[in-house]
Ligand binder design. Sequence first.
Ligand SMILES: [Fe+2]
Length: 271
Amino acid sequence: MFKLINVKPCKNDVGAFIDADILSSSPEAIEEMKIALDEYGVIFFRKQNLDSSSYVKFAKQFGTCADYPMLKGLDGFPEITVVEKKPDEQIMFGEGWHTDSTYTKEPPRFTMLYSIKSPPKGKGNTLFASQYKSYESLPEEYKKKIQNLKATFSADGPISKTRNNRIAEKGTGIDPKSMSAVHAIVKENERNKKKSIYLSPGHVIKIEDISAEESKTLLSYLFEHQTKPEFVYGFEWEPNCLAIWSNHVVLHNPVNDFTGVHRVMHRITIQ
Ligand SMILES: [Fe+2]
C-alpha cells in the first residue's frame, strides 16, 4: 500500500509511526501519509525540525487550518494554538477522553500536535483510542441501534473545566454555554469505507430523539466501550515529535501524571 514512506503500525494497529523528514517529503509521499492517517487513525513522526512557519506550511497540505474558538493563537501565527501545562499547574488542558471541537458546526477533521517541551519520556503521554476498533467490536444490536442516531455536543461538557487557566490568559471571550452542535454518531471513511463511533465523552450531553433515561444508559455503555484497553495506544512524547490524528477515527486523552515541568505543544486543527 505504501511505496514512498515507511509505515510501522503500533500495537493492535492503533496508530502508526512514519519514518520521514516531513519538510523534505514530496507531495506524493504526503498523499501516502494521508492514506496511513485514514487507515490507522493517527500517525507519529519523531525528530522533526519545524518552526512555526514551516509547520503551518506543512499543515496546509492536509486542508484549511481551522479556527479554535476558545483561545487566541500564537502571535504572528494565528493558526497555532499553544497547548501547555505550566510547572505550577495541576490541571492539564484537554484532560479526559474527547475528540476536538465537536461542539462546532463543522468540527476539524484533523489535529496536529508538535512537541516543543515535554516531561521525561513516558510522562504526559497522549492516549489514542481507535473508534474503528470500537465500532467493529460492538455487538450487532448496538451497531443497528446507533446507525442513524445523532447526539448533542457542547463546549460546556465535562472537559470545559480543563480550559479555565488558558481562557483566563488568552480566551476569546466566547461563552462555552453558547456553543453546541448536533452530529451523527457513526462516521464512514470515504476512502476505506471503515465505520467509526463519533462520540466525544468530554462534550456529548445527550443523544437526540430518545428519552433522557435511554440516552443516559446508552451513553454510559458506549463511553465505556470506546476506550477499552485493546483499542488504546499511548504515545510517548519527546521534543520535536509530530502527531497527526483524525478526529473522526480516534479519541485522545493526555495523561496528567506529572508536575513541576513545563509541557508545551503547538496545535493546528484542519478543517
Ligand atoms: Fe484535544
